[in-house]
Design a protein around this ligand. Structure first.
Ligand code: PHE
Length: 357
């Protein structure tokens, strides 16, 4: 009996599919199965013999039956797992029939900006979109009572009662990345930091989520003149023209001194936005020489290092380049708009291939 038991339990364990299990079942418990035949022998036994052999055979039969059922269930589980893996579906894929998507103008412009500044020796840095008020404000020389905090229409993250962590905000600009990268890499440094930023604001040229690219160049003798040259070179390369009118306006930011805002000549005539002509100016960036306190807060010695920073609106320069008069359309997810303004997936901007096609 023990031999039979170990033989069949072994065969069941080794069975690789349903057909193999069925073969084992027939071999043991089928009409001509080994155990069935033994059961039949019970009839020829003495009552005493039968009393011992009967229950033992029945117990063996039960044991083999439940081993068969367990093995069947295990095989079914494996089969289901495999099927689920094979039929896995990415439910975040677009559901529409059109197979190829397009590159959003904001992504395209971010690539263009990156290509141009990379050519001038700027690396790309990143920071979190949810940041502490230290990185977004204090480290940038914007203390708690400073009006710039109110002006920025900040989105504050909800804090549960008793949560003692520092307040966090949806970053209102990409400037916190200045602090984070200087902390990490020290000086000299030359980076741009493109990304999403958030402010509670909504009209033709403002949306609550928009995009900036921060620029930061710190070395021993960097000046406003270097800033001006970099920005002019950038604008010429980006708009693919030899001349663009830029207006540097004296301004104020807590984290730069002196500070300048830069506007670009444009026209809104006939509902289309055109760059380089007309009597209007569109502000595209804030800039200046990094304030010594900001360097200090990021662990860089202001007696040794100095440099410029700027924060440019990616959406603004995208509107200008592609003649898109309303910023809000960028984020409406209107398929007709995306098809009209979108870029082919392989249209990667490079300086040799040209930025636009
Ligand atoms: N962070 C500023 C803004 O969002 C722009 C800026 C960046 C100004 C760097 C000066 C230097 O308005």
């Amino acid at each position: 009996m023990d031999d039979l038991k170990s033989k069949y339990l072994g065969l069941i364990a080794a069975a690789a599919d349903e057909a193999a299990i069925e073969d084992v079942r027939l071999g043991a418990l089928g009409k001509k199965g080994e155990i069935s035949l033994k059961m039949r022998e019970l009839g020829g036994m003495s009552p005493e013999e039968r009393q011992v052999a009967g229950p033992a055979l029945n117990a063996l039969k039960d044991e083999i039956n439940s081993a068969l059922a367990a093995k069947k269930a295990a095989l079914a589980d494996t089969a289901l797992d495999e099927r689920l893996r094979g039929e896995w579906l990415d439910v975040t894929l677009p559901a529409r029939g059109r197979r190829t998507g397009t590159i959003h103008p904001i992504s395209q412009v971010t690539e263009e900006v990156t290509a141009i500044f990379a050519d001038m020796g700027f690396a790309v840095a990143e920071g979190p979109q949810i940041d502490s008020d230290w990185y977004n404000f204090d480290a940038l020389n914007i203390p708690g009572h400073h009006p710039a905090r109110a002006e920025m229409d900040t989105f504050y993250m909800h804090r549960a009662e008793g949560d003692n962590r520092p307040p966090h905000v949806l970053r209102t600009h990409t400037s916190p990345v200045q602090i984070r990268t200087m902390e990490k890499h020290g000086a000299p440094i030359r980076i741009i930091a493109p990304g999403r930023v958030y402010r509670a604001d909504y009209d033709q040229t403002h949306t609550p989520m928009f995009h900036q690219v921060e620029g930061l160049a710190i070395d021993r003798d960097i000046s406003m003149a270097n800033l001006k040259w970099c920005l002019e070179e950038f604008v010429k390369a980006y708009f693919e023209v030899d001349h663009v009118d830029l207006r540097f306006r004296a301004s104020h930011f807590p984290f730069t001194e002196p500070s300048a805002e830069v506007d670009i000549r444009c026209s809104w005539e006939g509902g289309t936005l055109k760059v380089g002509e007309g009597d209007d100016w569109l502000e595209i960036l804030g800039s200046g020489m990094v304030h010594p306190k900001v360097l200090q807060n990021a662990g860089v010695d202001p007696n040794e290092w100095q440099g410029f920073a700027f924060g440019m609106g990616i959406d603004r320069i995208a509107m200008l380049k592609y003649g898109i008069p309303d910023l809000r359309a960028f984020f409406d997810s209107d398929l007709r708009w995306l098809r009209h303004y979108g870029f082919a997936a392989l249209d990667v901007p490079t300086l040799h291939g040209g930025l636009s096609k």
